[in-house]
Design a protein around this ligand. Structure first.
Ligand SMILES: [Cu+2]
Length: 498
């Protein structure tokens, strides 16, 4: 593998200088000079206790310098970070949406070690603006909430007369994630779903789904078929660590404007984002500006982000922003409230079951800055494969480790068609790049630039295009953590990397 020697050296020096400057304050003169220019921002991976429905759970967190989760960077700032792993176990944090040099991507492999428990790791790269996030890319730590927002402001963001509200969504279980996954892979799906049939959509049609996948989890697809929606019944759905019956309440101004930066950090749950009585206008997806899209609710698959602009009425009030799980009544959310407004308690469940998140709604989004128009140098087709029974997910019938990498050369325009041969939609994420969505179900259009896209179930397809401008080896995987964990991952590998 190629390795940029100066990069590696910098990381080592940055890491040790920070360590030395810790408790003792003994920083060597050379390091003090370097630190004076720009001091690394400390990020801490840690264990914490979270109360959900009054019951304590031990989860992870990633805390920034202000004590809050994650990191917000001002325009022009480098992503100069010292990550301290105090989580009690080895980890690696992926900077989702960022396009760093490949050694700093935050994945572990033969050439990129884990951050050991108790150790620190330095990072330094020019960040990409927008709404992004950070999460563990090791084991099932993401299920235990090892995730946080990563917001990089543009100069326009700071000039805008808009209040920013960032929300991180999650699905939560009191169970050990390894046991949860083992329950699925051992085929104990019936047990997992016992007692939840009543909350499932389209019960009248469930028979067909059960024949095909063994679960009463069907949802109508726009094309008339039925897909499977949720693999797991979680104990709670969280917005900024809180359930909707005890939500975060954000004070907003009467007649003011709010920019919601929503991040779906759930491991296995897609949500409908519903601003209720407010009119929301989507202005960015996965951190990339899109031509404004108005209207009702917005689907948000795992890994994806959406920025929604809201205008509050001059008379004020309390305005729930709800994230309802697809194929379910359960929901998470926050409440925007003007001073003095009465905030009513909201039930955990909506009155009606939400339908599936529609992958075809992606057609509404158009990149504000599309890729340059040029022909493909290399085209590839991958088939998304796998099933609930047995619970194994794969790409081209191969699980990760037995995968066939997509080979590219620097400078190429790469076009990849993803065809979904399975019963579930999959949010596919490519590291180190943002791609443009250029076709859905074979219909070409000039779509959004983003890093995660939902590929429709049952022979649906999405075609993406990107420029190979970031040499390395880059994971390309389903952002359903449980799908990735069972093998639904391949890699995009540049020439010169083995
Ligand atoms: Cu998947």
């Amino acid at each position: 593998m190629m390795m940029n020697p100066s990069r590696r050296r910098f990381l080592t020096v940055a890491g040790s200088a920070t360590a030395l400057g810790g408790a003792s304050g003994l920083v060597p003169a050379f390091a003090r000079l370097a630190l004076a220019a720009e001091t690394p921002v400390p990020l801490v991976v840690e264990r914490r206790t979270l109360e959900v429905f009054g019951k304590a759970a031990s989860v992870f967190g990633i805390r920034g310098p202000d004590g809050k989760p994650g990191l917000t960077l001002d325009p022009g700032r480098r992503f100069l970070v010292d990550l301290a792993n105090r989580g009690g176990e080895d980890t690696v944090i992926h900077w989702h949406g960022q396009t760093p040099p490949h050694v700093q991507d935050g994945v572990a492999d033969a050439n990129r070690p884990l951050v050991k428990a108790g150790a620190s790791q330095g990072y330094d790269f020019a960040p990409r603006t927008g709404t992004h996030w950070m999460h563990s890319h090791h084991g099932l730590q993401e299920q235990l909430l090892m995730a946080a927002p990563l917001i990089v402001h543009t100069p326009d963001d700071l000039r805008a007369d808009v209040q920013e509200v960032t929300v991180l969504l999650h699905d939560f279980t009191f169970r050990d994630p390894a046991e949860l996954l083992a329950g699925l892979t051992k085929g104990a799906m019936g047990a997992d779903h016992a007692g939840h049939g009543g909350s499932m959509p389209m019960n009248g049609h469930a028979g067909m789904s059960m024949m095909m996948s063994g679960g009463g989890r069907a949802g109508m697809m726009p094309m008339g078929g039925m897909s499977d929606l949720n693999d797991v019944e979680y104990d709670a759905y969280l917005a900024d660590d809180r359930t909707i019956d005890d939500p975060r309440v954000v004070t907003v101004e009467r007649g003011g404007r709010v920019r919601l930066r929503l991040i779906n950090g759930a491991t296995s749950t897609a949500f409908h984002i519903d601003p209720g009585s407010l009119t929301g206008v989507a202005v960015a997806v996965d951190g990339n500006p899109v031509n404004p899209v108005g209207g009702g609710a917005f689907g948000l698959a795992m890994g994806q982000r959406i920025d929604i602009l809201l205008s509050l009425p001059v008379e004020g009030g309390a305005f729930p922003i709800l994230a309802t799980r697809e194929g379910d009544k359960k929901r998470a959310g926050i409440i925007l409230a003007t001073p003095g407004a009465a905030v009513n308690k909201l039930p955990l469940e909506a009155n009606v079951v939400a339908g599936p998140v529609d992958p075809l709604a992606e057609r509404r989004y158009r990149a504000e800055t599309p890729l340059a128009d040029r022909p493909a140098d290399v085209t590839a087709r991958v088939t998304l494969t796998g099933s609930m029974m047995p619970y194994v997910w794969s790409i081209d019938g191969r699980t990760f480790g037995k995968h066939q990498s997509l080979r590219v050369k620097s400078g190429q325009r790469v076009v990849v068609e993803m065809v979904n041969a399975s019963m579930m939609a999959h949010p596919m994420h490519l590291h180190g790049h943002h791609f443009q969505v250029v076709a859905i179900n074979g219909e070409a259009f000039t779509g959004a630039v983003r890093d995660t896209v939902l590929v429709p179930a049952m022979h649906g397809s999405v075609t993406i295009a990107f420029d190979a401008d970031n040499p390395g080896r880059w994971p390309f995987h389903c952002h359903n953590l449980l799908h990735m964990a069972t093998g639904m991952m391949t890699e995009v590998v540049y020439d010169g990397f083995v």
